[in-house]
Structure formats: C-alpha cells, structure tokens
Design a protein around this ligand. Structure first.
Ligand code: PNS
Length: 167
C-alpha cells in the first residue's frame, strides 16, 4: 500500500457545499488531502481575501471532522506546488459536461508539465451540480437565498461582508 497525498486546488471564493461535498468524497480515497487556494488568481476582484478563505475552509474542515484534510495557499504553477508537497494527484470536481473541456485542458497541460502527477475527477452530489462560487456571489448580491448551498459560516461571513441579507 502506498501513501497518497492529493491537492484539491481552486479559488474557493467562497467555499460552497459543492466544494465540501468533494472534500468529503476525495478525503475517503486518499491518505491526505490538501485544499490549496490559488493566491494570484486572474478571476478579478475577489469577495474574500485569501486569508479569509483559508479561515473559512479551516473552520469548515474542523466542523465536518475531516482529520486528513488541511488547507494552504499556493502561487505559480500547480505542478510545482504539488511536487514540493510530495503529492501524487490533483483532485478536481466535474459538475457538468460544460466543465469538462476546461478541466480536460488543465489536466492535459499539467500532465505535459509533470507526467507523474495524476488528475482525479470526482462528481459532487447531484443537488450541487449547478452550484458555483460565481453564481453564489451573484445571486447573494441580488438578495437571493443561497443558505442551502454554502456552509452556515460562509453565509454569515457573506452577510457581514456585503451588508446584504437573505431574500
Ligand atoms: O477554482 P478554479 O478557479 O477553477 O481553480 C483553477 C486552478 C487554481 C486549479 C488553476 O487556475 C490553477 O491550477 N492555477 C495555477 C497555475 C497553473 O498551474 N496553470 C497551469 C495549469 S493549466
């Protein structure tokens, strides 16, 4: 039996129940799962700072009782970070066919950069297949109720941050 450490990279702005579902599934298949937040994302102005996102994920991991999951941040190439961490795999979620093309390209590029690093794809629970951080932020800003789609601690932070409420 070999020890398998995997990286679950992403922007996580913010963490959703879909992410948590994937962490739950992924952490059952690997010995150690490292949730890694990209620091230099080109996705525009984030809602939460990287430090806030680390805190929220830490709290969510502790709350869910995952003992082999940790959170950290990274910059630069994912393959370099994975190698430095001694990770053999990258975990990514696929929600719908529309995710596939982007994920396939990233996985193949990462394989080109480091043929030893495998990408593992898992599907979240069906009830989260339409959930994305981008949609959560957009709907929340317009007053929509997203409380069933993010952990309660994320909901509280979003309300505190934006000064807006639910519905
Ligand atoms: O949650 P996201 O925004 O879909 O995550 C994207 C992420 C962070 C996994 C991806 O942008 C990434 O790995 N960036 C690091 C830079 C890198 O390694 N690029 C080459 C892979 S195509």
């Amino acid at each position: 039996m070999q020890f398998v450490k995997a990286i679950y990279p992403g922007t996580f702005d913010p963490l959703t129940n879909g992410h948590l579902d994937l962490i739950a599934r992924g952490s059952k298949f690997v010995d150690e799962l490292v949730v890694a937040i990209l620091r230099n994302s080109d996705k525009g102005t984030p809602l939460f700072t990287v430090a806030e996102r680390v805190e929220m994920i830490q709290e969510a991991i502790a709350g869910a009782g995952f003992t082999n999951v940790s959170v950290t941040t990274f910059d630069g190439l994912l393959v370099d970070f994975a190698r430095a961490q001694g990770a053999k795999a990258v975990l990514r979620g696929i929600r719908a066919i529309s995710d596939y093309e982007y994920e396939f390209q990233m996985a193949m590029m990462n394989r080109k950069l480091d043929p030893k690093l495998e990408t593992l794809f898992m599907m979240p629970a069906e009830k989260y297949t339409y959930v994305s951080s981008r949609l959560i932020k957009g709907v929340f800003k317009l007053g929509g109720d997203v409380s069933e789609l993010v952990p309660p601690l994320v909901m509280q932070r979003m309300m505190a941050k934006t000064g807006t409420g639910v519905g």
